[in-house]
Each structure stands twice: as structure tokens, then as C-alpha cells.
Ligand binder design. Structure first.
Ligand code: HEM
Length: 173
């Protein structure tokens, strides 16, 4: 095969690597439905739209991007992208994310059926990241019986204990 403009397209559609089969329920393009709910003791509750792409290229990992938008103006807001890995022959999962706020984080946890629960293992940030700094993060992803993907994020900062920051459900598009 030749003439492909993109290297990935020089390959045939990749087969799912069997290592990531336990996470295959996360694959796809997802759009918030309804808009997500943002909360935290220090802020007024807010809503947001989010578009999620979770894909693979045949490697034993998922690639993801989460892109949030303002519900009225559609202005881009929080963005993050990274990889989800699974320790072969276990249900142990690592989630690696770079965020547009200057945060880079690693979370680890477990996949059980169609539910992934992870907690921050390490957090790093740029020297001029906005305060207060996040110290701890937990996330739960779940595929619901109606086929919707759900994400809940809690965080603890230098000023607040662990509290829910985000809750959102997505439909597959
Ligand atoms: C505020 C962290 C995802 C929207 C904050 C704050 C932190 C934070 C530390 C400041 C809290 C305070 O002032 O007490 C995070 C982390 C995220 C995340 C670690 C992902 C794991 C999102 C997403 C949205 C969002 C997806 C959707 C739009 C906001 C808004 C505020 C905020 C609107 C308040 C205004 C501001 O400080 O910019 N977030 N956030 N966040 N976050 Fe997030």
C-alpha cells in the first residue's frame, strides 16, 4: 500500500490488542448527554459540554482526549489527553494524563467488569500553575446498562479535602 498521507493509515485497521480487551467498553467517540455538572466548595456550580475520543492503534494501550467546552458560548475549556495502560494478565490499570492547566498526572487503579476506579499516584505541574494546587484526584468510569459512559472526578486541593468536582455522562456518537 502506498500514497497514504498519514503513517497510521499505511497500516490496515489495527486489531484490538488482547491485553486491552478488559477496557474495550471505553472505546469510541463520546459526547456529554446531558451537560456535565461541575462542583466544588469554593466555586459556583457550573455545567460543561465534553467531547471524548478513546481509541487504539493496535498497541496494548488506549489513547484518550477529553475536551470540555462552555455550554453557551462553546468556548474551549479544560482539555487533557494521554494513555490508559493495563498490566498484562491483571486488572491493574494506569492512567497517564497531560492537562492544559499545566498539570501532568498518573493515576492507578483497577478495572472490574465495566467499571474503572483510579486514584492519583503522582501529580506534577508547571512552576506557574494556578493556585490552589490539586493534591489528590480520584476518578470512576462506568459503562451503564443504557450504553452511556459515566465519569465522576473527586479532588483534594491545598485548601479543600477530597470533594466531587465533576460528574458527567456521555452518549456514544
Ligand atoms: C477549578 C482541578 C477538570 C472546570 C478547578 C480548581 C482545580 C481544578 C484545582 C481550583 C479549585 C479552587 O479554586 O478551589 C481540576 C482537575 C481536573 C479538572 C484536576 C481534571 C482531573 C475540569 C473540567 C472542567 C473544569 C473537565 C470543565 C469545564 C473548572 C472550573 C473551575 C475549576 C470552571 C473554576 C474556575 C477556575 O478556577 O478556572 N479545577 N479540574 N475542571 N475547574 Fe477544574
Amino acid at each position: 500500500q502506498d500514497g497514504g498521507q498519514y503513517l497510521l493509515h499505511l497500516h490496515k485497521t489495527p486489531q484490538l490488542n488482547p491485553v486491552i480487551e478488559p477496557l474495550s467498553w471505553m472505546l469510541g467517540t463520546w459526547l456529554s448527554d446531558p451537560p456535565g455538572d461541575g462542583t466544588f466548595p469554593t466555586m459556583k456550580p457550573f455545567q460543561y459540554l465534553e467531547e471524548v475520543h478513546i481509541s487504539h492503534v493496535g498497541q496494548p494501550m488506549l489513547n484518550f482526549s477529553f475536551n470540555a467546552f462552555h455550554p453557551d458560548t462553546r468556548k474551549p475549556m479544560h482539555r487533557e489527553c494521554g494513555f490508559i495502560r493495563i498490566k498484562p494478565d491483571t486488572n491493574k490499570v494506569a492512567f497517564i494524563s497531560a492537562q492544559n492547566t499545566g498539570l501532568v498526572e498518573v493515576e492507578e487503579g483497577e478495572v472490574n467488569g465495566q467499571e474503572l476506579s483510579i486514584a492519583s499516584h503522582s501529580v506534577a505541574r508547571i512552576s506557574f500553575a494556578k493556585k490552589p494546587h490539586v493534591e489528590q484526584i480520584t476518578r470512576k468510569f462506568r459503562l451503564n446498562s443504557d450504553g452511556k459512559l459515566e465519569q465522576t472526578v473527586c479532588m483534594g486541593t491545598t485548601t479543600q479535602p477530597m470533594t466531587q468536582h465533576l460528574h458527567i455522562t456521555y452518549k456514544k456518537v
